[in-house]
Design a protein around this ligand. Structure first.
Ligand code: BGC
Length: 359
């Protein structure tokens, strides 16, 4: 069978390899891969900035945003059946099985020795078939076939937003206004989730208000603000400051500007992994005093556990009913497996490129 692979540590090594089809181990399902989403992490891995092959393997099968169809289930399996649509969970507990991993919170692994399918020490889902234990598969309703590949990025958003709400239980917090920085897939999914919770959302980016990204933001009842040639501070000056800011641009200096533009008791959620080096001067006293005097929190969030995947399936379903066109418009390009590496290069107008492994 064919698989989309890279050689971690070797830039631009993305290619298709013919590999042996996997045989299911005890208790494992066989899944036919339908679609794989490509994200910034995949591009970083292909630039040799990140990623790790499984021990002893010369390559890493890429792909952590997956949609598949169950071909067979192990004897005695009650939850899943052949024909079900599924998304694969990305992270696996550390071998030490730290208290967080033991509790199913591998997204909070304490040792850092976790593995992630398609990213760190474990093969991903971009092969025609893969095997997996039902514990790491979540079932999707059949009517999410066209957008189910967004389950993994949505799970990452769900975790971040859930963490903010959990942390904000320290006070009486009813967020009314949110600003989302970045109209990429994570930013737009976050905006959709916040709209679902009845929060006013302004999505900021540097694209024209007529662009498809901006249109998605307004189609879900949010606002769009083009920050090209201006700044977040200038835009928010004189306005009621947001209760929540979600940073999803990957431009790290914006984190510090966002910290200075939070409303009282507000939360700043950071979702982007920023590789490389970037140094900026910050107004440290002001940021510190604001945080202290206004009870701010800044919260970083990575990955997602099974609960977040289940939340993602539930909320994608609701969003698909409320804003079907906006949700489907996030996927701007579908590429056959044979040409999957084309997805590693952003094209004008791209929001989410998806590899079509099986139609
Ligand atoms: C993935 C997460 C993963 C993170 C760090 C992201 O692209 O969505 O599942 O934990 O990269 O490896």
């Amino acid at each position: 069978m064919r698989a989309g692979v890279v050689t971690p540590g070797q830039a631009s090594s993305g290619r298709v390899e013919e590999i042996e089809a996997p045989t299911p181990g005890p208790g494992e399902c066989v899944v036919q891969t339908l679609e794989i989403g490509i994200c910034g992490t995949d591009m970083e891995i292909d630039r040799a900035e990140y990623g790790e092959a499984p021990p002893g393997s010369p390559y890493l099968i890429l792909g952590h945003e997956s949609l598949g169809r169950v071909l067979s289930v192990p004897l005695g399996e009650r939850e899943l059946k052949a024909g079900d649509l599924v998304a694969g969970i990305v992270r696996r507990p550390c071998p030490e099985c730290c208290p967080s991993c033991a509790d199913g919170q591998w997204d909070m692994c304490e040792t850092g020795h976790y593995t992630e399918r398609g990213i760190k020490g474990a093969h991903g889902f971009m092969s025609e078939r893969y095997t997996e234990s039902p514990a790491y598969l979540v079932r999707l309703p059949q009517d999410l076939r066209s957008v189910g590949v967004l389950t993994e990025p949505m799970s990452v958003v769900e975790k971040g937003v859930d963490q903010v709400f959990l942390a904000q239980r320290r006070l009486h917090w009813v967020p009314r206004r949110a600003v989302v920085l970045g109209a990429g897939p994570i930013g737009l999914l976050a905006a959709m989730l916040l709209r679902l919770r009845g929060i006013q959302v302004t999505v900021c980016d540097q694209v024209e208000p007529t662009s498809p990204r901006a249109k998605i933001a307004t189609d879900i009842g949010g606002e769009y603000q083009n920050l090209a040639g201006t700044s977040l501070t200038a835009f928010l000056s004189g306005k009621t400051l947001p209760d929540l800011i979600v940073e999803a641009t990957g431009y790290s200096p914006l984190v510090f500007e966002a910290a200075q533009n939070l409303g009282r008791n507000g939360a700043l959620l950071l979702t982007a992994v920023t590789g490389g080096k970037r140094t900026v001067g910050v107004d440290a006293n002001v940021i510190n005093s604001d945080m202290v005097l206004e009870n701010h929190i800044i919260l970083g969030s990575v990955n997602a556990n099974r609960d977040h995947f289940l939340m993602a399936v539930r909320d994608l379903g609701a969003i698909h009913v409320l804003y079907p066109l906006a949700l489907e418009a996030l996927i701007t390009r579908r590429i056959p497996l044979a040409q999957w590496t084309q997805g590693l290069t952003k094209e004008p107008g791209d929001i989410k490129a998806v590899v079509e492994v099986q139609k």
